[in-house]
Design a protein. Sequence first.
Length: 132
Amino acid sequence: VCDERRYGLGIFTILIFLASSGLGYGSGYVVNFADIVPAYSGVIFGIANTLASIAGLIGNLVAGAVIKKPVLEQWRKLYVMFGIVYLIGGVVYIVYGSAVPRKWAKFQAVNNDAKLEENTKVEEVPPTTAKI
């Protein structure tokens, strides 16, 4: 049962969480794969996201171990623990994170000889070999 006096605090906490998670995902973790490994960003993101989803499973197990009775003090311990985990992860990312592209993960150069000049007529363009 939620105390009516704490509704404002709960809404404020959710607002701060959503704002900070939006900053973290939109400007760091999610888009960084496209910067570091542009040719393989989808595959690498899929692997990283799969590994990161394990935290959802572990978080539920930890919550079940920590919270014996659903009282505010036990929930507070859990939120502090998860907050520390997020803080440590953020600090590690800030210290060791990078957006320098890896040489092995760049796109291969395409056929530069096939570049057309601006005044090339449509009839002079060679046919493509792509099958539809």
